[in-house]
Design a protein around this ligand. Structure first.
Ligand SMILES: Nc1ncnc2c1ncn2[C@@H]1O[C@H](COP(=O)(O)OP(=O)(O)O)[C@@H](O)[C@H]1O
Ligand SMILES: [Mg+2]
Length: 539
């Protein structure tokens, strides 16, 4: 299969690596793994299985408690990312480490000691030349003098890749790189990875999307609960066999999609426009209905307007004049017209039964207080950092217990600070809190972000349970396979506009991917309202 089968040679050998955090968490337990040149290796494992930790050890972020590392046959000690880079090891982290106000080139040379850059660092023209060479080699569309804040997420990721290539890395580690990309951007990244492989680089990708593992890698190494389970040739693996290795038992791969029963109108949205920071519409003229008993998916890349859509409904953003959001309670108490949510406070909206659970990229940055336990976090409801804290009406202790049981949150006690829990567990608390508080409209964004398959399925099941109870579910998701399998309808957003609402039972992810990146003319989007735009803008 692989065109380079013959010249595969070990780039890195990890032998008996053990890494513990504190006294209890064994993140890596006696792990031995070989990484070859001219090969793309997937590292697969459930959340918390130790993938990131293992690769952080290789890239100099953590130092192992035990074990040896060999690079090019020589035993090495990697005490810092700089040590790793000297050995040709570069890692692209899940969260980018770029300075927004700096240019691409400035970010690239940031922190390189001049003696390691042949003095080039001081000569930005030479730096730009080298950056252009790298970009030309892999077809990257990065301009050396482009500022980071002007870049799309995909360009920022590309910049991180250029940064490590600039420093001569030929062992590349990408930690869940596709989580933030459209299918088209993902394909482009995979193309780049294949080129690197051709150049003889060793490429390691951590992802939890099995179809990606199957399409991009030559070999898959599986970790389970910190231990190395084994590796398989991708050509001999299937989604099912990989899942079994990963979780150690069979799991149902099919997501259930019951037919909606007696769908009735819960939310009607018309002309919903939200202005972003620069007075440009972040969401423009959105119109759709949401029914009880259905799951309406929302697809779109980051910055497409889904955040504004959810936040406007939840009362966290002020929509422009003329926007309409009406809620129709299931008891019919608001008559045919329903009740307008515009102008209500987030708390009032929540009390009506319209709940939002937004899983941010930084799980502890928003929505949860790291120093508090689960019970404390059930009481707090902070949609925006530092704003609108208020107390839930239900007993927080009971909610905490329900969430712990329903989701299987692993925590020593309900009062253990949530920042001490693993990412997956933190997320269960975040999503579980909204589901357990029995809403009429449940909006969730990125509910399974970064969660392993088992836990993700638990969440899909819980959302389906809500749907069967008649709750109207709005699900903003990243994985198109899941959207297509789970949702009754899928609303696609691109650059703040709805580009389509498709039937989930007939949708294909290629079709959705196209709608997600459908080019719209920004001038055309603007000229209809023209001068009125400023008036609609509110603080
Ligand atoms: N800095 C840290 N401090 C304490 N525990 C950590 C730290 N980093 C990771 N862990 C724990 O180590 C285990 C493995 O985590 P990680 O390597 O991030 O897993 P994965 O990337 O496979 O999801 C988890 O239980 C996680 O909570
Ligand atoms: Mg990880």
């Amino acid at each position: 299969m692989s065109e380079n089968e013959k010249d595969i040679s070990a780039a890195v050998r990890l032998v008996g690596i053990t890494k513990t955090f504190g006294t209890k968490v064994v993140a890596n337990k006696n792990v031995s793994l070989t990484i070859n040149r001219g090969e793309i290796l997937s590292v697969l494992g459930e959340n918390g299985s130790g993938k990131t930790t293992l690769m952080n050890i290789l890239s100099g972020i953590y130092y192992p408690d035990e074990g040896q590392i060999f690079v090019g046959g020589e035993e090495v000690s990697i005490a810092s990312p700089r040590d790793a880079l000297r050995l040709g090891i570069g890692m692209i982290h899940q969260h980018f480490k770029l300075v927004d106000v700096f240019t691409a080139a400035e970010n690239i040379v940031l922190g390189i000691p001049p003696e390691e850059d042949g003095g080039r660092r001081l000569d930005m023209k030479a730096v730009a030349r080298r950056v252009r060479e790298i970009c030309a080699r892999y077809g990257f569309d990065i301009e050396p003098d482009q500022k980071v804040y002007e870049m799309t997420v995909s360009q920022k990721q590309t910049l991180e890749i250029v940064k490590v290539l600039y420093r001569g890395a030929d062992i590349l580690i990408l930690d869940e790189p596709t989580a933030v990309l459209t299918p088209q951007e993902t394909e482009k990244l995979f193309g780049v990875m294949r080129e690197m492989k051709k150049d003889g680089c060793a490429v390691v990708i951590i992802t939890h999307k099995l179809h990606e593992v199957l399409s991009i890698s030559d070999r898959v190494a599986i970790l389970r609960k910190g231990e190395y389970i084994g590796d398989v040739k991708t050509s001999e693996a299937t989604e099912l066999s990989l899942t079994e290795m990963m979780v150690g038992k069979k799991v149902a791969l099919d997501i259930e999609r019951p037919e909606p029963v007696n769908p009735s109108l819960r939310l009607s949205v018309k002309n919903l426009t939200v202005y972003g920071a620069e007075g440009v519409p972040a969401l423009k003229d959105a119109a759709f209905d949401l029914y009880g008993g259905e799951i309406l998916g929302i697809a779109g890349v980051s910055g497409c307007g889904s955040k504004e859509l959810l936040e406007a409904i939840a009362g966290l953003q002020t929509p422009a004049e003329g926007s309409e959001v009406r809620f129709h309670p299931s008891d019919g108490s608001a008559g045919k017209e329903g009740v307008s949510l515009i102008g209500l406070t987030p708390r009032q909206i929540k009390e009506l039964g319209v709940h939002l659970s937004f899983v941010p990229e930084d799980r502890l940055g928003m929505g949860l207080v790291g120093s508090m336990g689960m019970t404390g976090n059930m009481m707090l409801k902070s949609y925006e950092k530092g704003k609108s804290f208020f107390t839930d009406t239900q007993s927080p202790k009971k909610l905490a217990e329900d969430v712990k049981d329903d989701f299987g949150v692993v925590t020593p006690s309900l009062s253990t600070p949530v920042r001490r829990l693993s990412g997956g567990n933190v997320q269960k608390v975040l999503v579980g809190r909204e589901i357990a508080s029995a809403p009429e409209v449940l909006m969730t964004a990125y509910a399974v972000r970064g969660l392993d398959i088992g836990t993700s399925y638990q969440i899909y099941r819980l959302l389906n349970e809500q749907k069967k109870k008649g709750v109207a579910v709005l699900y903003v998701g990243e994985d198109l396979d899941v959207l297509v399998a789970l949702c009754d309808r899928i609303l696609v957003l691109c650059a703040g506009q709805i580009t389509g609402i498709v039937d989930g039972r007939e949708a294909t992810k290629e079709g959705i991917g196209l709608l997600m990146t459908k080019l719209t003319d920004p001038m055309q989007a603007k000229n209809e309202t023209g001068a009125e735009e400023k008036e609609g803008e509110k603080a």
